[in-house]
Write a protein that binds this ligand. Structure first.
Ligand code: PRP
Length: 176
């Protein structure tokens, strides 16, 4: 069986690009001319972040946090592990956590609490995808959402299955 037999496009490249541009404009409007510290959550957010920070424009600092919770499978283990911390303090800065997907909400909840105690001037969140059906944490607040998606396992545009498919230019549902 060909690997493309497992993939069904959910959000095509054009729809992604248009939505990311709109999100960027919306975020820039929200912050006005204030500088933003964009905090990308690795690895999944790397492609979304690259497109989003260009769409936001203005003064943007780029930082990365390494986090892992899935360990290669299609199900969350529920354990959030920091694999790489920020390089610089974020005290007094307008920070924006950038995620590719909020699924159970464990990662976003953990990161929000972890960064909030470091004294940012503000702390907001953006996720390209939101999968509310799988939520395990109540009240996870996402300030900006690209697409709300059904309860399917998705890959592409940064999202992986066993480290593959991150380089697809679209989001696809993966069926084994
Ligand atoms: C994914 C995704 C989020 C998290 C969301 O990361 O990038 O960080 O899971 O899931 P949750 O809402 O259930 O916590 P993953 O652990 O797959 O690592 P990766 O980004 O390196 O692929």
């Amino acid at each position: 069986m060909n690997r493309s037999d497992h993939l069904k496009v959910l959000i095509d490249e054009q729809a992604l690009q248009e939505r990311v541009k709109t999100l960027g404009r919306q975020i820039r409007e929200d912050y006005g001319e204030e500088p933003i510290t964009a905090i990308g959550v690795l690895k999944g957010s790397f492609i979304f972040m690259a497109d989003l920070v260009r769409a936001i424009g203005g003064d943007v600092k780029v930082e990365f946090l390494g986090v892992s919770s899935y360990h290669g499978g299609t199900r969350s283990t529920g354990v959030v592990r920091i694999t790489q911390d920020l390089r610089h303090p974020i005290e007094g800065q307008h920070c924006l956590i950038i995620e590719d997907i909020v699924d159970t909400g464990l990662t976003m909840d953990y990161l929000h609490r972890m960064l909030d105690v470091r004294g940012p001037k503000s702390l907001k969140t953006v996720s390209l995808l939101d999968k509310p059906a799988n939520r395990e944490i109540e009240g996870v607040d996402i300030d900006f959402v690209g697409f709300t998606i059904p309860d399917e396992f998705v890959v592409g545009y940064g999202l992986d299955l066993g480290e593959l498919f991150r380089n697809l230019p679209y989001i696809a549902v993966y069926t084994p």
